[in-house]
Unconditional design. Structure first.
Ligand SMILES: [Zn+2]
Length: 517
């Protein structure tokens, strides 16, 4: 009995003490209050996504975004600059407009791919053709002259425009299984035929262009209602467009039934030659250890089918808002707090790789890097990234974060270093303690990641606010931490795939002159 009571009292005291320890830090209280009572997220999101729009590397909008960020930081009293690290093919998207004009008129939903060559001013009107079924590449070469003057449909027509979760909800089990089996067989046959043609999705457009096709029409469905992924064109003179599944399927069936459908494509764009590419950097100088760095990290560029709201507009907002809050609540950090808005992550982590290569002294002084880049959701996973002692310092820092935020977070220690995926990998490869703040999905992979639907309305501002608070507190704790963080690497596990022990990734050089022919 007595022992039980003592234990109970100890627990109560412990809890009370923890409660005080958490609530009494005036800086943490100020961070939380600023984030909740004076949030700038909605305004920043509107200016960036709606006002400036998508941020494809090499476009004027990308440059505009870099300048906007520098001005924003300046308005908050945080010195910022754009640092050039390379060049990229400059291009500006103009109007895309696609209509079926035969056998009847219907406006179609689609857009030109990034870097697509323009059509002539009045557009191009032509008949659509589909790829032949061939047994070998000779047969394909013999068929190729058929594309002269035609628009070629290069994607497999999907058997259903309903995502699998919709089938799962409403179909009989038997009919769902049947659809999946048929789709698998169709996909296999499509891929086999592509091999027989002697091509893949990268080489095919070029071959069709050389043979005299006047345009390429594809449909990169993203397995949800109304979503397609929009990447870059691989043609040099003729336009490449993506049509949404419904329109693509209709046209494909009309070709197969012998209706000879024709469409009219207007694709305006401008080639701008080589354009400089940048990272935007801003920093709050450290008062005691200015040469040690806490880095907030999020890539700034995007694909341009939507406005890059969740990839990586939301990561961008988290880091900007965290910096703004820190400047107010913690203006004299012990270590330097630096934010990196990287350019050209989408083409291979180029901005962050360039930064790591160009600033070895900063990488050497890294206390911690916090990167966010997988959508709008609240952070639910943090891994130690293969750093043996990360559990120690990250654990202590996370303890200072309000429980309602950390309750959602699952940690993995020591974890393994990333080999790509996002910019923290560039820092991990150089041995700097870098961590990914991983978000809850909110249907990221199918619905927003690189799609035509990655837009402002998909942002969950409460979750982004949660992430800005988390990031600001982690940055504060990392900056104040008495010691420099350990970089000791864990012994990595044996790979299931190769049976060999995994090795630590090594730094890679960026592409500094990209997209040029
Ligand atoms: Zn991203």
């Amino acid at each position: 009995m007595t022992r039980k009571i003592t234990l109970l009292i100890t627990l109560l005291v412990f809890n009370a003490f923890m409660g005080i320890a958490q609530d009494k830090d005036p800086i943490i209280e100020a961070i939380v209050a600023e984030a909740n009572e004076n949030s700038q997220l909605e305004v920043l999101g509107h200016e960036l996504m709606d006002g400036i729009g998508p941020r494809l590397v090499g476009t004027p909008q990308m440059k505009q975004a870099h300048d906007w960020a520098v001005a924003k930081y300046a308005s908050w009293g945080i010195p910022a600059r754009n640092e050039q690290w390379g060049e990229w093919r400059g291009w500006e998207r103009g109007i895309s407009h696609i209509d079926m004009v035969y056998p009847r008129v219907q406006s179609l939903r689609g857009t030109q791919l990034a870097w697509s060559p323009a059509t002539p001013k009045k557009g191009v009107t032509a008949e659509l053709v589909v790829l032949p079924t061939v047994t070998d590449s000779m047969a394909f070469v013999n068929w190729l002259p058929n594309v002269k003057g035609k628009l070629v449909m290069v994607s497999m027509p999907q058997p259903t425009g309903r995502p699998d979760y919709n089938w799962e909800e409403f179909a009989t089990e038997k009919s769902f299984e049947k659809m999946k089996n048929e789709r698998e067989a169709q996909t296999q046959a499509w891929n086999d035929n592509m091999k027989n043609m002697g091509h893949n999705s990268r080489t095919l457009p070029e071959a069709l262009e050389k043979a005299g096709a006047v345009g390429i029409v594809g449909s990169n469905w993203s397995r949800g209602f109304g979503v397609n992924k929009i990447f870059g064109a691989r043609t040099e003179k003729i336009p490449t467009v993506d049509l949404e599944l419904e329109d693509y399927g209709m046209l494909y069936r009309l070709v197969e039934s012998g209706q000879k459908p024709q469409i009219h494509i207007v694709a305006e764009s401008k080639d701008l030659g080589a354009m400089p590419t940048f990272n935007t950097l801003a920093e709050i100088k450290g008062s005691e250890k200015p040469d040690e760095y806490v880095i907030l990290s999020a890539h700034f560029d995007s694909w341009d089918g939507g406005t890059g709201a969740t990839d990586n507009g939301t990561g961008t907002l988290v880091m900007m808002e965290a910096m703004r809050i820190l400047k107010k609540a913690y203006p004299n950090p012990k270590r330097t707090i630096l934010v990196g808005h990287w350019g050209s992550e989408e083409q291979g982590l180029n901005g962050s790789r360039a930064f790591v290569e160009d600033h070895p002294e900063i990488v050497e002084g890294v206390q911690a890097v916090f990167n966010q880049d997988n959508g709008t959701g609240r952070v639910v996973r943090i891994s130690g990234g293969g750093f043996l002692n990360a559990y120690d310092y990250l654990g202590k820092w996370l303890h200072a974060v309000p429980k309602e935020i950390t309750d959602e977070i699952e940690t993995t220690f020591p974890g393994t270093p990333a080999r790509g995926g996002s910019d923290y990998a560039s820092f991990q490869a150089a041995g700097a303690p870098a961590f990914s703040l991983s978000s809850l999905s909110w249907s990221y992979w199918n619905y927003t990641w690189h799609t035509n639907r990655d837009t402002y309305d998909k942002i969950i501002f409460d979750d982004v606010r949660n992430n800005a608070i988390l990031t600001a507190i982690l940055a504060y704790m990392a900056s104040e931490y008495p010691e420099k963080t350990s970089r000791e690497k864990a012994v990595l596990p044996i790979s299931d795939r190769t049976g060999e022990q995994l090795e630590w990734p090594t730094p890679r050089s960026p592409e500094r002159k990209g997209g040029m022919n």
